[in-house]
Design a protein around this ligand. Structure first.
Ligand code: DAH
Length: 343
């Protein structure tokens, strides 16, 4: 019986080696190890007839062979599996590829880059504001001392240690004047924060581009020329303009710069329908500005008798909304891909 067992083992191992497909391997497994008619199984059925001494020898031997064959079958099955897989892994290079979602720059970023480019061409340098700044830079150095009633014009957030998430990017005026030698021009694109109840035109977080030019004998024509050049370049349109008085403590005179409405070309209506962008007036109040107040120049350590300048602060969100006809400022931060994918 020992010989028979050895033969069965040797036979099985040599056939297993030659097998090339899963079906044949399974048939072989049944032939040797099948529960009813397997060659090994049949031998085991003889065990009860053996003497005790034979049982002690044969029992463990059959078990050993059974385990060895199980391992051999399993191993072969694995290698066959790998061969079949690699045979099946035909790669069709004509199949369309998987699509990746590539993000785009946010419309505000796109417009900021455009605006920066236009002003850089005019010789302006870009300054980045501190998003959190102190009272001196946000208010006092701009001719807005503590308790000045005009501070009410800004709905300011304050931190517990009296710092300010900047309400406007004018916060860089004083630093620019201290750091640069006139004549110089800077723009300050940056994110601002106000304690606002939000609606279609107001957000607690929004963007401004401040501008400041300091030199000698600067007058309103420099200011008007700069702003008009920028707006015509940005909207790629001839625009009419007008200025009207306004008030900001850091400029004197303070002005509002208006241009003919870019939606209705200043007509106040389009296809007989009143233009909602300009409220039927044909004019857009676009950019608050003015000539830099002598006190602001003085506080930055420059002589206001020698130096003069102009400044403006425009809303970047508004520029984006006007260019693309966006009706609600809240789209910008809603994170809705249907909105963002249009740009
Ligand atoms: N800082 C002002 C604001 O946020 C805007 C502004 C007005 C800036 C007039 C200026 C300016 O530089 O001259 O409301």
């Amino acid at each position: 019986m020992k010989n028979e067992i050895d033969n069965i083992y040797n036979q099985a191992i040599s056939v297993i080696e030659k097998i090339t497909n899963g079906e044949a391997l399974e048939a072989l497994r049944v032939e040797y190890m099948g529960r009813k008619q397997g060659k090994l199984t049949l031998l085991m059925k003889n065990i009860p007839d053996l003497s005790i001494a034979e049982k002690r020898e044969i029992g463990p031997l059959i078990n050993k062979v059974k385990n060895a064959l199980t391992i051999a079958f399993d191993k072969k099955e694995k290698t066959l599996g790998q061969i079949t897989n690699s045979e099946n892994s035909f790669f069709d290079i004509t199949l369309p590829g998987e699509k990746f979602n590539i993000g785009t720059l946010h419309p505000i970023t796109q417009v900021r880059l455009q605006v920066e480019k236009i002003f850089q061409k005019m010789g302006f340098e870009i300054l980045n504001p501190n998003e959190i700044d102190d009272d001196y830079h946000v208010f006092t150095s701009l001719n807005l001392p503590p308790q000045h009633p005009a501070r009410d014009m800004w709905d300011t957030f304050w931190t517990e240690n009296d710092l300010i998430p900047i309400t406007h990017t004018s916060s860089m005026q004083n630093r620019a004047m201290k750091e640069k030698t006139p004549p110089f021009g800077v723009i300050v694109p940056g994110r601002c924060f106000r304690h606002e109840a939000t609606d279609a035109h107001h957000e607690h977080t929004f963007y401004q581009v401040e501008g400041l030019y300091i030199g000698e004998n600067i007058n309103l024509s420099h200011l008007i020329g700069t702003i008009l050049t920028f707006l015509q370049e940005y909207f790629q349109k001839e625009l009419r303009y007008k200025i009207q008085p306004s008030y900001f403590p850091f400029v004197e005179p303070g002005l509002e710069f208006l241009v003919s409405c870019v939606m209705c070309d200043g007509k106040g209506e389009k296809d007989k329908i009143p233009c909602s962008t300009c409220g039927h007036s044909g004019w857009l109040e676009l950019i608050p500005c003015g000539l830099t107040h002598p006190k602001v120049i003085e506080m930055a350590g420059l002589d206001p008798k020698k130096y003069s300048g102009f400044a403006w602060g425009m809303g970047l969100d508004r520029l984006v909304m006007l260019k693309y006809g966006i009706e609600d400022i809240r789209h910008f931060h809603a994170g809705d891909l249907r909105f963002l994918k249009q740009f």
